[in-house]
Design a protein around this ligand. Structure first.
Ligand code: F6P
Length: 548
């Protein structure tokens, strides 16, 4: 595998810093003024997606320099190592082969014949989903199971929720699919409130099958079935599971024909195109699920084969490196202009922040520069009326990605033209802003006396110069959603290769889990772990008093 380096010590890093300094006084508005052909120069079309990155603070020199940095960080070799199935997840000694889930990789140097495993599992999924659709999967009382409740959290939930919501218009209507993730009993309780125990199929999705939240909900769900049907042993019939942990599935009582495999070479947040997507397949059918895989495969192949300069995930990843490390813009807002993509920001948060929120490189040395982005987002039309104010006039510049389909989803899709207009208006406003002179001219043209206009003008100035990407596609459909998944997965990998970090582990989530286990006996109890800090101790006392 390629070596791990401190990117800040590479020649291209210094050159990019000087280049950044030379650009400091140019605004996006000026750059557009100087080069009317900017859109044609700074756009990329591939796999039926258009990326307009012209509204980033860059000139003709910037991208070649960023690509030089990518070469010096051996990005092409890292991409090769990823696709060859080397153990790029170095701290856990595993490859990261989410591309195998959609057939883009069939053999792995370190994991063998993964293609065979994946296609066997897909066949199993197909048989199961078709059987559910035909009403052949029956519960303990002989009724077909078609009310699906998926139980999982993090990577075993967010991707499946995102896709199921995104592809609502493709639902077969033969099942109802809902999701439970939080340990807060309200989540499970609300879903069970109108579930029919005789027809409910629980899909327990947990790579480890030990996650506190998931297993607590799964056990409560099993008890609910047993209580409702008055039969402890029959409850297992209402469960199907996706996991790497056969032993734990045995002791939970998941029937043999109701199990789907996961593999340690697929990370949770990269797993939605595996059997972790079973709830999605139960909602939209296997044909649509396979179209989703085909879309992801198209991007995988593009990422593996396209030259760096015309490679969508590479360009998107390198632009984020430019914004984070050279322009000092650590935030990132994901703004889809299609309500069906309303869970995409939450999905992206885990994908990106759990992958690249790292402070040491692969070689265990501390990173010398920022990693990861602070990500938030919402569907654009709603976000315009909540946090866009800060994006337009706050003190921090936040780079954004707009996702905009040409056609809207749902029954009132003719309203979508208003969404398109809003999206393009917002990206223009972020880019060009509104100067004091323009504001004054507007105000006085509207009849406001000059002194009054001078008073209010500063409040109405939009500084602009806020970077954005706009990603355009025909519509939200299975293949496109697959493409978006693979695009952002690979963007994450590109960033990690530049920073020299491992995007595929997540040690940072372990400590909280261990400490929570230690504190469970202390809730409703005077028992305390030794050497507890006074804040935690005091909070426990206070909460326990309130609970009594
Ligand atoms: O919260 C951390 C995490 O380990 C994620 O990485 C993972 O997606 C999630 O928990 C769920 O884990 P599992 O699939 O093992 O239940």
């Amino acid at each position: 595998m390629p070596a791990t380096r401190d990117p800040t010590q590479l020649a291209a890093w210094g050159v990019l810093q000087s280049h950044r300094d030379s650009l400091a006084s140019s605004t996006l508005r000026e750059l557009f003024g100087r080069n009317p052909g900017r859109f044609d120069e700074y756009r990329l079309e591939a796999c039926d997606l258009l990326l307009d990155y012209s509204k980033n603070r860059l000139t003709r020199e910037t991208l070649p320099l960023l690509l030089r940095l990518a070469e010096e960080c051996e990005l092409p070799q890292w991409i090769e190592a990823l696709f060859e199935g080397h153990s790029v997840n170095t701290t856990e000694g595993r490859p990261a082969l989410h591309m195998a889930l959609r057939g883009s990789v069939t053999r792995s140097v370190d994991a063998g014949d993964v293609g065979k495993l994946v296609s066997a599992e897909l066949d199993k999924m197909t048989a199961f989903v078709n059987a559910v659709e035909r009403g052949e999967i029956k519960g303990a009382t002989g009724k077909p199971l078609n009310d699906v409740i998926s139980i999982g959290i993090g990577g075993s939930d967010l991707g499946a929720v995102m896709v199921t919501e995104a592809l609502k218009d493709y639902a077969t209507g033969r099942t109802r699919v809902r999701f439970v993730s939080s340990i807060d009993g309200v989540d499970l309780g609300d879903v069970l409130a109108d579930a029919d125990p005789e027809r409910t199929l629980f899909v327990v999705c947990s790579k480890s099958f030990t996650t506190l939240e998931t297993m607590t909900n799964a056990r409560a769900a099993r008890q609910w079935v047993a209580d409702k049907l008055g039969d402890e042993r029959a409850a297992g019939d209402h469960f199907v599971a996706i996991s790497t942990n056969d032993k734990a599935m045995d002791s939970f009582g998941v029937p043999a024909g109701h199990r789907f495999a996961m593999w340690d070479w697929v990370g949770g947040r990269f797993s939605v195109t595996s059997a972790v997507g079973l709830p999605v397949a139960l909602a939209i059918g296997m044909k649509n699920f396979r179209d989703l895989l085909a879309g992801a495969r198209e991007i995988d192949e593009h990422f593996r084969d396209a030259p760096l300069a015309t490679n969508l995930p590479v360009i998107m990843g390198m632009l984020s490196i430019w914004n984070i490390n050279f322009l000092g813009l650590p935030h990132f807002a994901m703004l889809p202009y299609d309500q069906r993509l309303h869970r995409f920001p939450a999905y992206l948060q885990q994908l990106d922040m759990e992958s690249n929120g790292k402070r040491v490189r692969r070689d265990a040395e501390a990173v010398a520069t920022d990693t990861g982005s602070i990500i938030f987002g919402e569907p654009g039309p709603n976000a315009q009326h909540s946090f866009y104010q800060l994006l337009h006039q706050g003190t921090r510049d936040v780079p954004v990605d707009f996702l905009v389909p040409a056609e809207g989803s749902g029954d009132f899709s003719d309203q979508h033209k208003l969404s398109i207009a809003s999206c393009l208006a917002q990206s223009r406003a972020f880019m060009a802003g509104r100067s004091e002179a323009e504001v004054l001219a507007d105000l006085t043209a509207g009849g406001m006396p000059t002194d009054e206009a001078m008073q209010i003008a500063q409040h109405k100035v939009h500084p602009g110069n806020r970077p954005s990407n706009t990603l355009v596609f025909a519509r939200v459909e299975p293949a496109t959603v697959g493409k978006l998944i693979a695009l952002y997965e690979h963007r994450v990998f590109v960033q990690s290769a530049i920073w020299g970090i491992n995007a595929f582990d997540q040690w940072g989530v372990q400590l909280g889990k261990i400490l929570a286990d230690q504190l469970i006996p202390s809730v409703d109890n005077d028992e305390r772990p030794s050497q507890l800090d006074s804040s935690t101790d005091g909070l426990l006392d206070y909460i326990n008093r309130l609970r009594r």
